[in-house]
Ligand binder design. Structure first.
Ligand code: ZN
Ligand code: ZN
Ligand code: FE
Length: 760
């Protein structure tokens, strides 16, 4: 009987190497009764299958619908092929010189199989904190070159024992080609140290470390992408001590709990948040605090939210299993410095903070901080995109020449493009000190190496004094194009959402260099990828003291009062003025009048700061955006009314803050409760931008609005503005894949610079 026989060749691209893809294909082919072979190639994975046509259809469906957990298939090209008369299905030797075009997997949480094994006393990896398999474990942070093979990782120093080697070579084993494969006999080990660098001999360093934490000590713990500082989140004195030593007065700490049930003791979470917490990326998820709050108040003072995460390394699981509800797990650094990764460096930098060190001898080649996400306006939003997500690319609509984009200054990340893939780096930090600047340079070199790429074009911010801009200007061998900050924000959102211009771009932001030498940040642009026109902006007010006005929002409040009432203020009876002191207020008013060190700004972030200060919420901030965030948290209930506002026609349209400020001041005088004022202020900002977009949309015939900029981290603003724009007939695009803050701006810089180069 003649049986129908078909043969096909499948080329699979994406993250398909080092993630158990070939064994998966091998087993799938066996289940489908197909013959042929699978091999790694320089572009991904190549599969030859032959057999009954229905079986081939089934194979193709399963391949695309349920690949192994770490695999990300970008494309499958399937073509008919001549039959090869294979006797069976086999895993062939790798073809192609290198894996240059293949994608590297991010670091992911330990899988369920490995966890079960680790907690089983009968297993040889019982309580072994470096257990992993092809479905889990470290990747990006242990690689220093491609192709992704053990000799190119920090596992090169550990020779596999015979049993590990046998697993590694067996296609049916889940450790087949798992590069970090190890066991207690052959792999890395943990060790416990005191703060003077003496090793503490211990039968079980992890149990002993847990005991030290229970005693209220601060423990530095070496993790996947860097060190954490850990204390028991239930002990107020320990948390307060960590704050003092880390020079971190108020910025909330993230906490790690053993499971979702433990998190419910201190936070409220819905099904989306649960799924995010439990995802293989294991990000920090911002959650509303529960009332009562079971943890020490010092963990997140004055904040309605708490960042929580679940354990992601085997070591975390062992530590948390010692009976903790939650451990503070904050990055192992002094405020503003990059997270420590190197053992010697960690001792040097953290010895004044940590009492003990839980260390290990597997090196981290590239640091990567925990990612931070929250749910806002019905979607998952990135506040920081780093461990677990990097280096998964953003897929662009069109291929670009190789561009390196250097980002801005705060929350720095860089971006490299390769064809239609844009690789955004992990979180680098605030580029304000030498250590961060060095990390910035290392990251660029490292990414170029593992992507096998030399940029032809370098994009940077328009600000001449940013370290990132200066670095870009020093490079030779590539053209340099500066992109305006808010244009880059808007193009970043366009790029990740796959749309091209022209669009109306609403950039609500803190600080960005404007080409007119004012500080921009409340901008409505008409933009495409290659250029923009400033269609509307918040009218400018002086920033008395420049950077000092960001640290001391009361100065901005004085500036807005001067703008709203002129030189002769009525007696406003605002407590914040008394608090600031009459002479200080007088000095600031003189600075404004004489324009001494008072650059003009159209920043919406400063308006939020100013209103928070007017309302007496905060005169000084300990971290950027704190006052604005507290204003968001104070706001409660739905606002029906908004404050009066005024738009001054022209090109660009000017949005006048004065009536809004007078509205807020009047309500403060009438002792309207803060939550009401906060809600009305947010509602006003929503109405202002919706109205401005409506006018511009009518005039220019534009239907799409793109939202970007750091102020959109404000969930109330985002959740208000999207429906307000939709109600006016707009299609609205906001960020989903990269942060709306400056952590996402490099993506926009890369795409905008490439478009400008094409135009030129
Ligand atoms: Zn595993
Ligand atoms: Zn071994
Ligand atoms: Fe920005």
């Amino acid at each position: 009987m003649e049986q129908r026989h078909e043969a096909r060749r499948l080329e699979v691209n994406g993250i398909v190497q080092g993630v158990g893809f070939r064994p998966f294909v091998f087993q799938l082919a066996a289940r489908c009764g197909l013959k042929g072979e699978v091999a790694n190639t320089s572009a991904g994975v190549s599969i030859h299958i032959e057999g009954a046509p229905e079986s081939i259809r089934h194979f193709e469906r399963e391949l695309s619908q349920s690949p192994p957990p770490l695999a990300r298939i970008v494309a499958i090209v399937s073509r008919p092929a001549p039959p090869g008369h294979y006797p069976d299905f086999r895993i062939a030797h790798s073809r192609g010189e290198s894996a240059m075009a293949t994608l590297i997997s991010p670091d992911v949480a330990v899988c369920g199989d490995c966890l079960a094994e680790m907690f089983d006393p009968a297993e040889r990896r019982f309580r072994y904190p470096f257990i992993n398999c092809t479905n889990c474990g470290p990747r990006y942070t242990i690689i220093d070159d491609i192709p992704y093979d053990r000799p190119k990782t920090s596992m090169r120093h550990f020779a596999m024992c015979a049993r590990c080697r046998a697993e590694y070579e067996d296609p049916l084993n889940r450790r087949f080609h798992a590069q970090p494969n190890a066991c207690p006999a052959c792999g890395p080990q943990v060790s416990l140290w005191d703060d003077r660098g003496n090793e503490i001999n211990s039968e079980d360093p992890i149990r002993q470390a847990a005991e030290l934490i229970r005693q209220g000590r601060i423990l530095a713990v070496k993790g996947l992408g860097g060190y954490h500082l850990a204390v028991d989140a239930l002990q107020p004195a320990a948390v307060a001590r960590l704050r003092r030593r880390k020079l971190r007065e108020e910025k909330p700490f993230a906490v790690m709990s053993p499971d979702i049930a433990a998190i419910r003791a201190y936070a409220r979470l819905g099904p989306e948040e649960e799924a995010l917490l439990a995802s293989i990326q294991r990000p920090i998820v911002l959650l509303a605090k529960a009332d009562p709050f079971a943890l020490a108040a010092e963990v997140a003072p004055g904040n309605r939210f708490i960042g929580a995460l679940l354990p992601y390394t085997p070591l975390h699981h062992l530590l948390l299993a010692e009976g903790f509800t939650a451990l503070v797990m904050t990055s192992g650094n002094l405020s503003e410095e990059p997270i420590a990764i190197d053992n010697a460096d960690a001792f040097a930098r953290l010895a004044g903070i940590a009492d003990n060190f839980l260390d290990h001898n597997r090196e981290i080649y590239l640091r990567s901080d925990d990612s931070v996400l929250r749910r806002a306006a019905g979607e998952t939003r990135f506040l920081r995109r780093s461990r677990g997500y990097v280096p998964v690319p953003v897929f662009l609509k069109r291929p670009l020449p190789p561009v390196l984009a250097c980002g801005a200054e705060l929350k720095s990340t860089v971006c490299l493009t390769k064809g239609s893939q844009a690789f955004l780096s992990q979180h680098i930090g605030d580029l304000e000190n030498l250590a961060t600047y060095e990390f910035f340079q290392q990251t660029i070199a490292h990414m170029q190496r593992i992507l096998g790429l030399r940029p032809e074009l370098i994009a940077c911010d328009l600000h001449p004094d940013y370290l990132s801009t200066r670095w870009a200007r020093e490079q030779t061998g590539a053209a340099v194009i500066a992109v305006q900050h808010h244009h880059a924000h808007i193009v970043s959102a366009m790029a990740e959402r796959g749309i091209a211009g022209p669009v109306i771009g609403v950039a609500c932001d803190g600080t960005g260099y404007g080409p007119d030498a004012t500080v921009w940040g409340g901008e409505v642009l008409v933009a495409d990828e290659g250029g923009f026109e400033r269609a509307a902006h918040l009218a400018c007010v002086p920033m008395p003291g420049s950077a000092a006005a960001i640290k001391e929002p009361w100065r901005m409040a004085v500036s807005y009062l001067q703008d709203a009432y002129g030189d002769a203020w009525p007696d406003l009876g605002l407590p914040f003025l008394e608090q600031a002191g009459a002479s200080n207020v007088r000095i600031i008013r003189e600075m404004i009048a004489k324009r001494v060190n008072s650059p003009l700004t159209s920043s919406l972030g400063r308006l939020f700061d100013g209103v928070a200060a007017l309302a007496g919420m905060r005169s000084r901030v300990n971290y950027e955006g704190q006052a604005a965030m507290e204003l968001e948290m104070a706001a409660a209930g739905e606002a029906e009314q908004s404050y009066e506002f005024a738009l001054e026609d022209g090109v660009p349209i000017r949005i006048l803050p004065a009536p809004i400020i007078r509205g807020v001041v009047e309500e403060l005088a009438r002792r309207v409760p803060l939550p009401v004022i906060g809600a009305r202020f947010h509602h006003t900002v929503v109405q202002v931008f919706a109205e401005v977009c409506a006018r511009i949309g009518r005039e220019r015939g534009l239907k799409r609005v793109v939202l970007s900029g750091g102020v959109f981290q404000n969930a109330r603003l985002l959740a208000g503005l999207i429906p307000a724009l939709e109600a006016r007939g707009f299609e609205v695009y906001s960020h989903r894949l990269v942060p709306t803050n400056d952590g996402g701006i490099a993506l926009g810089q890369a795409v905008a610079a490439a478009a400008q180069l094409k135009k030129a």
